[in-house]
Design a protein around this ligand. Sequence first.
Ligand SMILES: Nc1ncnc2c1ncn2[C@@H]1O[C@H](COP(=O)(O)OP(=O)(O)O)[C@@H](O)[C@H]1O
Ligand SMILES: [Mg+2]
Length: 294
Amino acid sequence: MASGSDIKDIVAVGAGKGGVGKSMVSMHLAVGLRRRGAAVGLLDADVYGPSIATLAGIADAQPSPSPTPGDAGTPRIRPFDAGGIKVMSMANFVAPGQAMIWRGPMVHGVVQQFLRDVDWGHLDYLVVDLPPGTGDVPLTLAQTVGVTGAVIVTTPQPLALADAMRAARMYAQLGIAILGVVENMSYFACPACGAEHDVFGRGGAARAAAEAGYPLLAEIPLDLALRANTDAARADDDFDRPADDPVAAAVAAMTDGVVEQVRQRRAAGPPPEPIAMHRPGPPAGNGGKPSHDR
Ligand SMILES: Nc1ncnc2c1ncn2[C@@H]1O[C@H](COP(=O)(O)OP(=O)(O)O)[C@@H](O)[C@H]1O
Ligand SMILES: [Mg+2]
């Protein structure tokens, strides 16, 4: 592998559908891990709908070259700094609102560049916000780097769950372990009447996760302040709420669950190697170099 960055664990965040809160979960997971003292990167690999730049508050930042080139002197890009998290998103390379037309090979190329030609430096975790559904990006990810595991985000209704589980099966086929499932928009805690309304049929993800043998990491309620904080790049504020606040408890549980699942994967063996699929070239592996030397 190229580039000399040193990334311990890559955690992908995927979903069956768009709009279920995948980017919100990616951002909060990155913030949660950073708050636990880890060195964290956040890669927006949702090239079709990149929103991490906005959620991280770096939408207007301009890319700049890194002073340290990669292997063989290749120039590299410096990631953006978002409150101590290293962030890279396609959104910073195109004019706002510009339509991006991608062919499969272009997606493959840009995701590889994000992994190889960004000067990530040392990271304990690189959180990767995947595009929804199955497709090229998870395939490229699995071919380019060893992915420690994926977090599946879904809303509780059966149609969303079916797609989420389909995406999970694709990751598993690519050798990406499923770290667990986050049920988002689990219920609505009504500030006016105090009742919890199960808008989308709360608990669906818990049942689907149990059936598939995946841990349920968290149930995050629909919450007005969560939406406001997320979209204004204030994910930290959700962790700073009183500990008995359901959103604070859920994002903390999600972070702890991912840390624990990654720890268990690491205890069981080294992180997976990139896979070789559908392409000529050397078999799986990276030429004998340790896989954390990306
Ligand atoms: N639990 C939630 N409560 C309220 N708003 C939410 C919640 N989860 C996500 N949102 C909001 O819903 C919108 C879509 O979320 P986003 O993370 O962008 O979805 P995706 O990445 O899956 O397309 C965003 O405005 C986000 O802030
Ligand atoms: Mg998104």
